[in-house]
Ligand binder design. Structure first.
Ligand SMILES: Nc1nc2[nH]cnc2c(=O)[nH]1
Length: 448
């Protein structure tokens, strides 16, 4: 029999995002979790029954009291991870995207036809992401279903909420012979087989793993596979993930081969729905953004990766103003770090450069753009609420009725003087590392 360790009441300060630019901080609360792993109640120090709830939890051995320098935050949601690329994190990021794919990425991904190669990599990656406070992940796997299934099993084993996609890539012109789906119909058939395998796997666990329709991106797929995948997304009402307008090269490919922008191509094949998450989007124009807004498509902003492959900076403040859904992704291994803390920082820094401009030869008035820089609070929102909304999950906030996906973070630096909760929050966002993430819970279960 498997015994799952769970937590029932967490006593300590809480920090949660409420809207894109605000956080709510409470100094002393009891976060009470029900048997299904949802936050049942939050009892504030000022509530009449605070002491009786605390005493009861303590007597029944269900109370976890945080240390004075620890804070309870929602777990992070990573909207874009290429699980098979984990062994290459940080490798060859100075190469252009298409060369990086052909020379480094496709050879590595092809190794996952061997499940024995996949198992230890996926085990380690899931643990690393959890250790960094990431409780839900939207994963690209590879073309190989046995390995993709191992990834979902690793999520179950380590208590992570996984969304896993069998990658479809069947275009012989843009994929190597040693790593591609044998045909469009094979790509679609294997995707459907994976969906059915995941449905069976989910019968064995209460931490559900979700299959995701995953055309790699427009250049890797034929029109026939894109069409079939769009039909599957509709048939099973499943999430879709792909890359969209990530680079000039990708945009150029769609224009040359379809005489359309890649967002339009994906849309015509039924792949832009309110369950779609498109990675990067650095080069989306206003027409594309209107399309995303109309369809309810979310963007996975991957700020570290974009420095290398994005050819531009995503204007996050504009998206937030226009209410286009947006969350954060590490894009392992286009992004070198498994930490969403690091990606929040890069998102803030990139947005400041987008605003101010970078060419010192221009006058200040000409140098920048009209896009406001984003703040640490905006970044925290993307990593929590933005990700949850993109995946239609009741998580990402410390709030009754929401999943108890939580991280306990120790203040990464000592306080030398009296500090406000806002200051403590900013120091956590800018300085926390994996070592400061002390405990992680997914659906109330211990995951770190
Ligand atoms: N960053 C990134 N972009 C892609 N476009 C197609 N495949 C990939 C990938 O693996 N990483």
């Amino acid at each position: 029999m498997i015994i799952i360790a769970t937590v029932k009441v967490i006593e300590g300060p809480t920090i949660t995002s409420t809207d894109p630019s605000s956080i709510q901080c409470r100094k002393h609360q009891l976060t009470c979790i029900d048997g299904e792993g949802y936050i049942e109640r939050i009892v504030d120090e000022s509530d009449d029954d605070f002491e009786s709830v605390r005493q009861h939890a303590k007597q029944t051995d269900q109370l976890l009291t945080l240390r004075p320098d620890e804070y309870l935050l929602p777990g992070f949601i990573d909207l874009h991870v290429h699980a098979p690329q984990w062994p290459n994190a940080g490798v060859a990021l100075d190469r252009p995207l298409n060369e990086w794919l052909d020379t480094y990425t496709f050879p590595l991904e092809s190794k996952y036809q061997d499940v024995d190669f996949a198992k230890p990599v996926y085990d380690d990656l899931v643990k690393q992401l959890l250790a960094n406070g990431t409780t839900t992940v939207l994963y690209f796997g590879t073309t190989h279903n046995p390995a993709n299934l191992e990834l979902a099993k690793a999520c179950i084993r380590h208590n992570q909420r996984g969304f896993v996609g069998k990658v479809a890539m069947d275009n012989p012109d843009q994929t190597p012979e040693y790593y591609r789906d044998a045909s469009a119909s094979q790509a679609v058939e294997d995707t459907e087989t994976f969906i059915k395998q995941m449905i069976e796997l989910n019968k064995t666990t209460s931490l559900k793993q979700t299959p995701v329709i995953t055309p790699r991106f427009v250049p890797s797929c034929t029109p026939e596979s894109l069409k079939g995948l769009g039909e599957l997304a509709w048939k099973y009402d499943l999430p879709v993930q792909s890359h969209c307008s990530e680079s000039d090269w990708e945009n150029g490919y769609a224009l040359e081969h379809y005489h359309k922008r890649d967002a339009e191509v994906l849309d015509e094949f039924g792949l832009l729905t309110d369950k779609s998450v498109m990675a990067h989007g650095t080069l989306l124009n206003q027409t594309d953004l209107n399309r995303f807004k109309d369809r309810g498509v979310a963007i996975a902003h991957c700020p570290i990766s974009n420095v290398y492959f994005g050819n531009a900076v995503l204007p996050v403040s504009k998206l937030l103003k226009q209410k286009v859904k947006v969350g954060l992704g590490t894009d392992i291994s286009g992004g070198y770090s498994p930490s969403l803390y690091q990606n929040i920082r890069q998102a803030v820094m990139s947005s400041r450069m987008l605003h101010d401009g970078v060419n010192s030869e221009l006058d200040p008035a000409q140098r920048g753009t009209a896009n406001d820089p984003i703040s640490a609070k905006n970044g925290f929102y993307l990593a929590t609420v933005g990700g949850a909304e993109s995946l239609h999950l009741r998580t990402g906030q410390i709030k009754p009725g929401y999943l108890a996906d939580l991280q306990v973070v120790q203040a990464p630096m000592p306080s030398f003087n009296e500090e406000t909760m806002d200051q403590i929050f900013e120091k956590i966002i800018y300085n926390a590392s994996k070592d400061d993430v002390k405990q992680v819970f997914v659906q109330g279960r211990f995951a770190k």
